[in-house]
Design a protein around this ligand. Structure first.
Ligand SMILES: Nc1nc2c(c(=O)[nH]1)N[C@H]1C(S)=C(S)[C@@H](COP(=O)(O)O)O[C@H]1N2
Ligand SMILES: [Mo]
Length: 237
């Protein structure tokens, strides 16, 4: 099911109807880091309860919905694929998957929230921290944000450097113990558990250091630029 699922009327619907069909719980966003469980579930963030928005019947059993904006999903070739780091950096980089795997590996478990109401709890990710990727490129002082470009055109989104440095943000190359599947963004996707899923760009092929955060695909279409789970697009308490 590769249907775009964020029609703009969703936004209005949620705003108008949230009192009627949204339950909220005080769960917060939690991430478990391998090698020392840290739960950050104490921040008082409210969550939509998936079942109360009536999605239970249409969500596949593992909970994911596969989203795309183009007609076909990108493919990649393991040998020739490269991640480009450019923009306001001293040394633009072109990194292979092997280069990424040589960087410090991070394992974490975090939940994934789409702004439309579905959630996948406890997804096991492995990958690399953004800072570890940026280090060799050397971001310039004027660079305050990152643009993540998908090989699925025209999907793009951005984070401030500060957001990208949150401790559970990662460029994931494994999901639930296997290479990230094609439908979920192979070979590399962004994961930022504290924000709604539209910030977690799939099929990332370029990270550009920019003077300020660029407006992302869904943000052009009305969604908040800071997509904090529980605090954006109508969910503020
Ligand atoms: N390239 C690309 N990345 C994307 C999207 C997309 O359509 N294209 N959808 C976003 C949205 S709205 C969500 S909720 C998640 C869904 O992740 P999934 O398709 O792996 O389930 O991917 C995000 N990243
Ligand atoms: Mo989403």
């Amino acid at each position: 099911m590769a249907t775009p699922e964020h029609p703009q009327e969703n936004i209005g619907q949620r705003r108008v109807g949230r009192g009627a069909f949204l339950g909220v719980v005080g769960l917060g966003v939690g991430t478990l880091f391998a090698g020392g469980a840290i739960s950050r579930a104490t921040r008082g963030i409210t969550q939509p309860v998936t079942d109360s928005v009536g999605l239970a019947g249409v969500i596949p059993s593992d909970g994911w919905r596969i989203y795309t904006v183009a007609a076909t999903m990108p493919t990649f070739d393991e040998q020739s694929w490269r991640l480009t780091i450019d923009g306001l950096v001293r040394t633009p980089l072109s990194l292979s998957l092997a280069d990424l795997r040589d960087l410090p590996r991070v394992d974490q478990v975090s939940s994934f929230y789409c702004v439309t109401g579905w959630v996948v709890k406890n997804v096991k990710w492995a990958g690399v921290r953004i800072d570890d990727v940026l280090k060799a490129a050397g971001p310039q002082a004027a660079g305050t944000a990152l643009t993540f470009t998908s090989s699925e055109r025209p999907y793009v989104d951005s984070l401030t450097l500060k957001q990208a440095r949150l401790p559970d943000v990662l460029l994931a190359y494994e999901q639930d113990g296997k290479p990230v599947p094609r439908v979920h963004g192979a070979p590399l996707r962004l994961v930022i558990p504290e924000m709604y899923g539209y910030k977690s760009v799939k099929w990332v092929e370029r990270i550009t250091v920019t003077p300020e955060a660029e407006v992302g695909y869904w943000e052009v279409r009305g969604y908040d630029r800071d997509a904090w789970v529980g605090k954006s697009n109508g969910y503020e308490s």
